[in-house]
Design a protein around this ligand. Structure first.
Ligand code: SF4
Ligand code: SF4
Length: 298
């Protein structure tokens, strides 16, 4: 015989008569089905916490591996880092030694199909940008995004050589009608053809293979005011580490080890004061790159 239990659930009448209570899940306390093993809780709350714990474990494992590789690369590059700091006359106590991603640009060559697709995209966003009103006056957040980066952060990109910019290949440099609307606001005298021409004139002759068309051998060729927000706002894990460490304790120099796993592949150093006074190029130098030919006198 069956009867209705709490919530309308069908239970054995004998169990109901004895005041039967479902076994609670040991993890979340939700009632388990009759006869279900304790591991068979199907309540969303329990499952969610299990999934969260599993995801957190994966993230923690990946982070531990990243930190292990990072420590290995920094140790392996000890001699190159010492030489880099000596090159700018800064003692190790006055320097931050840190890591950056690595990107090997390989051959530099323009892909005709990629360029043709970009030109079609540019035509479309210029038409869209001129069909709408110009962007409103630039706000504080936008102006902050367009301001030059701290030299220590730019140094990471210079040694890395633009790993994240590969994502700009398929997304046409992330450009949209928003950037065209801003170009109209900033230079109201320009017509659609002039705006398009400004973007075309800034394409490098030798873009990095497999990357954004504005990714030249020396980095991005677009001024920050003409880039998409994501290009100005994005900071990788390594850059965020530099920003945090320099905010906690400003140092005279930052030596950046570009690495692939635990293998150091390039080292650069930035003299922060020199870069702030006279521009990035005045303070930065790449002092070592694996496989690079040595200059005479090295
Ligand atoms: S933001 Fe990070 S990944 Fe992108 S170029 Fe700079 S250092 Fe490399
Ligand atoms: S526009 Fe510049 S910053 Fe943006 S993805 Fe292309 S090369 Fe990188």
């Amino acid at each position: 015989m069956k009867g209705l239990g709490p919530g309308g659930m069908m239970v054995a009448s004998g169990a109901a008569a004895k005041g039967w209570r479902p076994t609670p899940c040991p993890a979340c306390g939700s009632p388990l089905d009759i006869g279900a093993p304790e591991s068979a809780c199907v309540a969303g709350r329990c499952r969610a916490s299990e999934r969260e714990a599993a995801a957190a474990a994966v993230v923690a494992k990946a982070e531990a591996e990243r930190l292990r590789s990072r420590a290995g690369a920094l140790e392996a590059a000890g001699a190159e880092v010492a030489a880099a700091l000596a090159a700018v006359g800064v003692s190790p106590e006055d320097a931050l030694v840190t890591d950056a991603p690595f990107f090997d640009p390989g051959i530099v060559t323009a892909r005709p199909d990629q360029r043709a697709a970009f030109l079609a995209h540019l035509d479309a966003i210029v038409a869209e940008g001129f069909a709408a009103a110009p962007a409103p006056a630039s706000d504080a957040a936008r102006l902050k995004g367009e301001a030059e980066e701290a030299p220590a952060l730019t140094a990471a990109c210079a040694v890395c050589r633009g790993r994240c910019c590969r994502l700009g290949a398929a997304s046409h440099a992330f450009l949209s009608a928003d950037e065209i609307a801003r170009a109209r606001r900033d230079r109201p005298q320009d017509d659609a053809e002039a705006v398009k021409r400004r973007y075309l004139d800034l394409l490098p002759d030798d873009p990095v293979e497999g990357s954004c068309l504005y990714h030249g051998p020396m980095g991005c060729t677009l001024p920050r005011a003409m880039r998409a927000d994501i290009c100005n706002d994005f900071h990788c894990t390594e850059q965020r580490t530099i920003a945090r460490e320099m905010a906690e304790r400003p140092r005279r120099a930052v030596a950046v080890v570009s690495r692939d796993g635990a293998a150091p592949l390039a080292v650069g150093v930035i003299d922060v004061a020199a870069a702030e006074a006279d521009g990035f190029a005045a303070g930065f130098r790449e002092t070592w790159r694996r496989g690079a030919p040595r200059a005479a006198g090295d």
